[in-house]
Design a protein around this ligand. Structure first.
Ligand SMILES: *[C@@H]1O[C@H](CO)[C@@H](O)[C@H](O)[C@H]1NC(C)=O
Ligand SMILES: *[C@@H]1O[C@H](CO)[C@@H](O)[C@H](O)[C@H]1NC(C)=O
Ligand SMILES: *[C@@H]1O[C@H](CO)[C@@H](O)[C@H](O)[C@H]1NC(C)=O
Ligand SMILES: *[C@@H]1O[C@H](CO)[C@@H](O)[C@H](O)[C@H]1NC(C)=O
Ligand SMILES: *[C@@H]1O[C@H](CO)[C@@H](O)[C@H](O)[C@H]1NC(C)=O
Ligand SMILES: *[C@@H]1O[C@H](CO)[C@@H](O)[C@H](O)[C@H]1NC(C)=O
Ligand SMILES: CC(=O)N[C@H]1CO[C@H](CO)[C@@H](O)[C@@H]1O
Length: 701
């Protein structure tokens, strides 16, 4: 991870921000303390880049190096994959290498694919002859660049559940900032004892704030997902293992430290494996936690590569755990495993002088690199790529059919549900098997960590549907024939001659919305057309994704004063507070309003909603806008007493304080006025019962 700082320093010296620079300065101070010369290290790093056996190896060379890392050299035979984790020796090199494999998979993403959020390459790995064998991905977490940074894998044959944390990614500057955040969090703030209640209140308890921030950020989604999975695999023969490398190792340590304070999870936690873990906190902090890990039996295995620099840096006075843990030192030239007495054992990496430390093999476990080259081991790149492209195409086609195209493709649709066997017969999906379709349906998650699809078993087979966002275009043909439906012909004619029609009083709102979207798809929707279509009787209007001009917006509020359900999702930048106020005042009956991705609205709009809609507003979606403050959201929730669903998923200004106020407001409501609040950091039995795994159901129409 630190390597990347240097890469950046070398490659983008001109682009280093003052913030990063200050942090680098902190690092330099520290390297001085270790008697390492920053500039020497830079040069060393540059040289090592060229020399490292982990760069530019051929697939054959990687495979050979990797195979020779295993003492018995038989990783392809798959013989050990189904040994239950509990029957393996925690500190056996083979067991450690299995964990390294799980760890390596988190890096495979994004290095191979253009679509890093897609976890299919990891899923694909489960089909390969890896030590870890056959597993499924049960939950995933993505960073804000949509790149995988943690996942939970379930390995049924091996009877284990694994939580894996990614380390720094070269292209993610945020990771580097986190790593470099050299502030300390001290227990006197009470913050630490909240998360790690078993820590004694000693004044020496503190940790590096960068790692703590990372831990805090994902704590709730991880625990939520984990509890669900532990419940699903409740048999005590299933073990639960936490794994992490580099930044991910610190994060794994903190997560595990959090878990040991939670009885239900602690009783299931079998082991913690870290690789190349940087210094994390004070002796008092890391030693108390390690003691807890290793009670009643040893569970913590810290793997350190002999010459790796990273385990030597962290906040000032931060140390490696000293007691009860055991460390393996690896020599990457000739693989040697060694037991050590805690992090300060001078016979181990602590005894290596700074000028012999390097970053080049920070990712090494023996001759095996946990970075992206591992993905190539799993076979030839081309195959993986072909597979990825195929999966990507499958994802897009499934989304299209299950959300929009099913009826048009001639499928029977009942509240979105479609028979899987019928789905597999659609020509667009003909190259995929039913199992592949179901696999994609079961493992596809939106960026909100919600499942994209649902499936259920019925007496006559499996049925699937899109969990949200369904807007079917009607089948233009009769059944399986090529005879077009009258309605379709009529709509086409109407759309082509839209100027000749007057919709005033026309009763079928579904058709009106259909006409609007058809004309939009044809690229012919102007404000004037819109004006012609809208009518005073309309109660539902869906303008999702339709770019509105001033006169278009005016048409909505002048022509449709009786609207009850309105979606203005992503309607463009003309929609500002001023126009929104007009709309709010002139359409006084609105109950359900989607303002997501209306990026130019601010608190003024929220205050107008509070003022004019205090009696009628039931559903409100405000995601995709960074401008709303916590205060205005609090005013809205207290003012709109009937609001039942508020979606502020990604509002960055909802701090814990704000969320706590919202929870208090929600709890103070009577049962018939209960409110659900959707925010990515909010999980609460009363106001956010199913978050973040719930289906986002607040949709207009
Ligand atoms: C990788 O190795 C090949 C063959 O050994 C060499 O031609 C090529 O220049 C190397 N590429 C890099 C980026 O070092
Ligand atoms: C993988 O494990 C699942 C669940 O135990 C099992 O149904 C499946 O047959 C296994 N696949 C392989 C290739 O072993
Ligand atoms: C690695 O092992 C070889 C062979 O035992 C030894 O010569 C070398 O010094 C070792 N290197 C380190 C860094 O321990
Ligand atoms: C690991 O670091 C040592 C010391 O800098 C270096 O001699 C060795 O080549 C490195 N090994 C790998 C695999 O990069
Ligand atoms: C309503 O919106 C208008 C236009 O942006 C703004 O001037 C006014 O202050 C808002 N009203 C309230 C109560 O905030
Ligand atoms: C909301 O949060 C963003 C990101 O943290 C920040 O840039 C912005 O200034 C905040 N806006 C307000 C109105 O507080
Ligand atoms: C009116 C206002 O402050 N709009 C800002 C809302 O936030 C976006 C960025 O997310 C800015 O581009 C807008 O200018």
């Amino acid at each position: 991870m630190w390597a990347y700082i240097l890469v950046c320093l070398v490659l983008c010296t001109n682009g280093v921000s003052p913030k990063l620079f200050r942090k680098l300065h902190g690092l330099e101070t520290e390297l001085n303390r270790l008697k390492c010369d920053m500039h020497d290290l830079l040069n060393t790093y540059k040289n090592e880049m060229g020399k490292s056996p982990f760069r530019n190896r051929s697939v054959d060379a990687i495979t050979a190096a990797w195979q020779s890392t295993f003492p018995d050299g038989n990783y392809r035979t798959n013989t050990k994959n189904s040994i239950p984790f509990r029957q393996m020796n925690l500190r056996d090199p083979d067991t450690i290498l299995r964990m390294a494999e799980y760890q390596a998979m988190v890096y495979c993403k994004s290095n191979i694919l253009n679509s890093p959020s897609d976890i299919s390459s990891i899923v694909k790995m489960s089909g390969k002859n890896l030590r870890v064998g056959n597993f499924t991905i049960a939950a995933t977490g993505f960073d804000k660049y949509n790149v995988l940074y943690w996942y939970i894998a379930v390995n049924i044959p091996q009877q284990s559940i694994l939580l894996v944390h990614r380390g720094t990614r070269s292209s993610n500057r945020n990771d580097v900032y986190d790593d470099l955040n050299r502030g300390r969090i001290h227990n006197s703030h009470g913050q630490l004892s909240g998360d790690f209640p078993y820590l004694l209140q000693s004044k020496d308890v503190y940790l590096d704030s960068g790692f703590y921030t990372r831990f805090q950020h994902e704590k709730i989604p991880i625990v939520t997902a984990l509890r669900k999975i532990l419940q699903q695999y409740s048999s005590p023969s299933f073990s639960f293992v936490v794994v992490g490398h580099s930044l991910g190792a610190s994060w794994a340590f903190l997560n595990a430290a959090y878990f040991v304070g939670l009885n239900d999870i602690n009783s299931r936690l079998s082991a913690i494996y870290t690789f190349g873990q940087p210094l994390l906190g004070s002796a008092s902090f890391v030693n108390q936690i390690t003691t807890k890990f290793d009670t009643p039996s040893q569970r913590y295995v810290r793997t350190v590569n002999g010459n790796d620099l990273v385990p030597h840096i962290g906040c000032e006075e931060c140390v490696q755990p000293q007691y009860s843990n055991e460390k393996w030192v690896m020599n990457t030239t000739q693989v040697i495993w060694k037991d050590c007495n805690g992090g300060a054992d001078p016979q181990c990496s602590s005894g290596v002088p700074c000028n012999q430390l390097s970053w080049a093999n920070h990712s090494a476990v023996g001759r095996f690199s946990m970075r992206s080259e591992f993905c190539r081991v799993a076979n030839n790149m081309q195959l993986v790529k072909q597979y990825e492209r195929r999966q990507l195409k499958l994802g897009k086609r499934l989304a299209y059919i299950l959300r929009y195209g099913a009826e048009k493709e001639g499928l029977q649709v009942d509240e979105g549900w479609i028979s899987l066997s019928a789905l597999a017969k659609v020509p667009l999906l003909s190259e995929y098997t039913e199992n592949e379709l179901l696999g994609e349906i079961q493992t596809s998650y939106s960026y909100r960590k919600t499942p994209r699809y649902q499936w259920e078993r019925r007496p006559n087979g499996i049925y699937v549907r899109a969990a949200y966002g369904r807007k079917f275009e009607r089948n233009p043909f009769h059944g399986q024939t090529q005879i077009r439906r009258l309605l379709d012909l009529a709509l086409e004619y109407v759309c082509q001659n839209i100027d000749k029609y007057d919709f005033e009083g026309f009763p079928d709102e579904f058709l009106i919305n259909e006409v609007i979207h058809r004309i939009k798809r044809n690229g012919k929707l102007t404000s004037r057309t819109l004006q012609g279509i809208l009518s005073g009787t309309m109660e539902h209007l869906d303008l999702d994704g339709i770019y509105l001009t001033e006169s278009g917006i005016r048409a909505v509020y002048t022509k449709c004063p009786n609207l009850r359900v309105l979606s203005l999702k992503g309607c463009g930048y003309i929609l500002n507070d001023h126009y929104c106020e007009q709309l709010i005042r002139k359409c006084p009956l609105i109950e359900s309003l989607d303002l997501s991705y209306c990026r130019h609205l601010t608190d003024r709009t929220l205050d107008n909603l509070t003022k004019y809609y205090s009696e009628n507003l039931l559903h409100l979606i405000l995601s995709g806008n960074q401008n709303y403050t916590g205060d205005a959201i609090v005013r809205l929730v207290s003012g709109c007493q009937h609001l039942r669903q508020l979606d502020i998923w990604d509002n960055p200004n909802c701090t814990n304080d704000v969320l706590n106020i919202l929870i208090a407001l929600g709890k103070s409501r009577s049962e018939d006025r209960a409110i659900t609040i959707v925010h990515k950091h909010l999980q609460h039995p009363a106001v956010a019962p199913a978050n973040p795994w719930a289906v986002v159901s607040a949709k207009t129409v």
